[in-house]
Design a protein around this ligand. Structure first.
Ligand code: SAM
Ligand code: SF4
Length: 328
């Protein structure tokens, strides 16, 4: 088991497989993003070695992310090997833009992927192009259906709300998807990173604002679980809906006290808080021949020093990297 100084049991690892992506979302990366040379990133066997170490330390929830995890060349084989290491009980999930899911959802499910969170900020083709700088919204819709058919359930739709881009009709249209579909729609507050932090902070839209907009268009939102935050989201239901919707407000309402996560960046750094710059290099010891026992000690020590929470309220903003490099 890996515990931190505050007694939190850290057992959920998000692995960024690559910093590359087939979209260029305005809040995530610039159009001319420069990617790391592949040799600087964790290689296939290195990911599996680290996975074995994390499983030995009691980690039982893994999420593959990036960048875009589906552009990782051997993604289906990798998921299959990960499932072999983890065994049938643990959970392997993915966060994806879904563009490549029409071909990949079924093989990924067969290889052992349990579920996926799909990022979608608008249903409108032109606004999709404005946000992602690519014309792929049709592929995303097809990808969502493919995920559903492949049994990657429940389908979760994650929407980052950006003032002036998708904070009006899009929010309502996406919330309405939860009426006829058994989907979990989650609205995510934009978080500040690196060089785009000023843009991200000035365009943030709060949960209260969104609730008012959705209720005005679609009727009252009934709070679920007494309005408590479950995991990371506060959940609501529209009257008669098959699915539900939620708000992940990491900036204005942090859920740090119940955080059980660590992140492995694509270049092999262990990052204990998404919103703090501190990282521990595991790639270098791995390449220098550290044994699994030695790697375990490095990871245990890093987990022990996990920061209590982010410092956004004190104006401490992560500056080193953008989200796609850390793994969202
Ligand atoms: N490419 C995949 C995708 O978009 O789902 C996985 C990686 S992406 C970095 C993971 C999630 O982070 C996406 O839902 C994306 O919308 C979100 N994201 C990116 N930059 C963000 C930011 N500045 N604040 C909040 N969420 C962000
Ligand atoms: Fe790519 Fe995901 Fe970042 Fe959009 S949010 S640019 S899809 S990594």
């Amino acid at each position: 088991m890996a515990v931190d100084r505050f007694g939190r049991n850290i057992h959920y690892l998000r692995i960024s497989l690559t910093d590359r992506c087939n979209l260029r979302c305005v809040y995530c990366m610039p159009e001319n993003m420069s990617f790391e040379p592949t040799a600087h990133l964790l290689q296939y066997d290195e990911i599996l070695t680290l996975m074995r170490v994390f499983v030995d330390l009691g980690f039982d929830k893994f999420r593959l992310t990036g960048g875009e995890p589906t552009v990782y060349p051997d993604i289906v084989d990798l998921v299959g090997e990960m499932r072999g290491i983890l065994g049938p009980e643990g959970r392997i999930a993915m966060t994806t833009n879904a563009v490549l899911l029409p071909n990949l959802a079924e093989p990924l499910a067969r290889a052992g992927l349990n579920r996926c969170n799909i990022s979608l900020d608008t249903l409108d083709r032109e606004r999709f192009k404005a946000i992602t700088r690519r014309d792929r919204v049709e592929d995303v819709f097809a990808g969502i259906r493919a995920a559903e058919e492949a049994g990657l359930l429940p389908v979760k739709i994650n929407t980052v709300v950006v003032r002036g881009f998708n904070d009006e009709q899009d929010v309502v249209d996406i919330a309405a998807l939860s009426i006829d579909n058994d989907w979990h729609v989650r609205f995510i507050e934009m978080m500040p990173f690196g060089e785009v932090a000023d843009f991200q902070q000035s365009q943030i839209v709060t949960e209260q604002e969104l609730i008012e907009r959705i209720e005005c268009a679609l009727g009252p939102l009934e709070p679920m679980y007494g309005g408590r935050v479950i995991g990371e989201a506060r959940l609501f239901r529209l009257a008669g809906s098959r699915g539900h919707l939620g708000f992940i407000s990491s900036v204005t309402q942090p859920f740090c006290a119940s955080c059980t996560r660590a992140r492995l960046t694509a270049d092999g750094r262990l990052r204990l808080c998404l919103l703090r710059d501190g990282e521990v290099d595991v790639l270098t010891p791995l390449r220098q021949g550290a044994t699994e026992t030695e790697l375990k000690a490095i990871i245990r020590d890093a987990v022990w020093h996990k920061p209590w929470g982010h410092g956004l309220q004190q104006n401490v903003i992560p500056v080193g990297r953008v989200m796609s490099q850390i793994g969202g």
